[in-house]
Design a protein around this ligand. Structure first.
Ligand SMILES: [Zn+2]
Length: 240
């Protein structure tokens, strides 16, 4: 069943939020917010199951987020099974490894698992195919953040506000000390890198419900935005 669209928000989103009366509840066992809460985990997910699965993979470096990072009394900004991701394992091929997130980013577990699958199934093979080297690091931003889309003062709530979105600014190929280099989304160096970024965006379009980047609009000129926004139909995607 498709999750409902987040409800309209009062116009005071941009105001600093008062601190929550109690520290944010830990990820598991917390009661879901009542009416007005945004779409949360899939109805089939058992609370905590995603985090347990993510933590069970050796090579995944994850930790609980700082309570103050996720403390909010705003019902539109609730994050389900929040997790701070330092690195995710990629297990395919003869050289299993890890892709680090620089800096570590706080997102919902469902997105983290989607990213893990995408890194392993698409990004690492693309890096090897294009450059003959492993992807070692993602330079990221824009994990969980209670705000509206594109930081506007009005309009729809951002997927970042529920930990269901991530922004990627650059892809590090190889290790820096061993001749590695960064492919910067805003300015790929040369045709090969530009094609690599295009291929990544193409694969992201299949793996996530939204994939935006340079050329989509001014707000996405320097990064690839991915999210797992629940849409009316599971096959509906928004890629530009
Ligand atoms: Zn974004």
């Amino acid at each position: 069943m498709p999750a409902p669209v987040p409800p309209a928000r009062p116009a005071d989103l941009a105001r600093p939020q008062p601190p929550a009366a109690t520290p944010a509840a830990p990820q598991q066992d917390s009661k879901r917010q009542g009416e007005g809460a945004p779409p949360a985990a899939p109805a089939t997910a058992t609370e905590g199951a995603c985090l347990r699965a993510l933590g069970a993979v050796s090579g995944n470096r994850i930790r609980p987020p700082e309570p103050k990072l996720i403390a909010t009394s705003d019902p539109a900004c609730q994050i389900v099974e929040p997790v701070t991701v330092e690195a995710l394992a990629v297990r395919n091929g003869d050289a299993p490894g890890q892709i680090t997130f620089e800096p570590p980013v706080t997102i919902g577990c469902e997105l983290a698992r989607g990213l893990a699958d995408w890194l392993e199934g698409s990004l690492q093979p693309l890096a090897r195919g294009y450059f003959g080297r492993d992807l070692s690091r993602l330079r990221v931003g824009g994990g969980y953040e209670c705000r509206r889309r594109n930081r506007q003062s009005a309009g729809p709530i951002s997927e970042h506000a529920t930990g269901r979105a991530l922004d990627i600014f650059a892809f590090s190929i190889g290790e820096p000390k061993a001749g590695g280099f960064d492919v910067v989304v805003e300015k790929p160096a040369g045709l090969l890198q530009a094609r690599f970024v295009q291929a990544i965006r193409h694969s992201a379009c299949g793996a996530f419900s939204t994939a935006l980047g340079p050329g989509s609009d001014a707000a996405h000129a320097n990064h690839v935005h991915l999210d797992i926004q629940a849409r009316r139909s599971a096959s509906t995607r928004f890629c530009q």
